[in-house]
Design a protein around this ligand. Structure first.
Ligand code: AMP
Ligand code: ZN
Length: 113
C-alpha cells in the first residue's frame, strides 16, 4: 500500500533495525522505545488494524502470534514481556497497518494509560 510507513519498511523503501523477518512478517525496533526492548511485529500484508482482520487472515494471524515467543526468546525476554495492540481511535493507533508492540526488560504497570 503506497504511503503506508510499515509497508515501506517491509518493502525496504524505509530502513529499520529488523530483529526478525520472513516472507510473512517483519519485526523491527520501534523508533520511540517505551521500554528497554520495544519491537514492533508486523504482518507484511497491509491490514489496517486488528478490527480489519478477516477470516482469510486466520492463518497469518496465528502464525504471527506463534512467532512472538520465538522473537521474545531471541531478545532475551525470559523474565516476561508485554504484547500490545492499539486499535482504532480510542486505542490510540497511530499507524494504520496492523502491528503488535513487544515490550520488555522492565516491569510493566497496570492499567496502561
Ligand atoms: P501505534 O501508536 O500503536 O500505532 O504505534 C505506532 C508505533 O510505530 C509507534 O510506537 C512509533 O514510534 C512507531 N513508528 C512509527 N514510524 C516508525 C518507523 N519508521 N520506524 C520504527 N518505528 C516507527
Ligand atoms: Zn501497510
Amino acid at each position: 500500500m503506497a504511503d503506508c510507513i510499515f509497508c515501506m519498511i517491509a518493502n525496504k523503501e524505509i530502513s529499520s533495525k529488523a530483529v526478525y523477518e520472513d516472507d510473512r512478517i517483519i519485526a523491527f525496533y520501534d523508533m520511540e522505545p517505551q521500554a528497554p526492548v520495544h519491537v514492533l511485529i508486523v504482518p507484511k500484508k497491509h491490514i489496517l488494524s486488528l478490527d480489519d482482520l478477516q477470516a482469510e487472515d486466520a492463518e497469518l494471524a496465528g502464525y504471527l502470534m506463534l512467532k512472538v515467543k520465538d522473537i521474545a526468546k531471541e531478545l532475551g525476554l525470559e523474565n516476561g514481556y508485554r504484547l500490545v495492540n492499539n486499535c482504532g481511535e480510542d486505542g490510540m493507533q497511530t499507524v494504520q497497518h496492523l502491528h503488535f508492540h513487544l515490550l520488555g526488560k522492565r516491569k510493566m504497570t497496570w492499567p496502561p494509560g
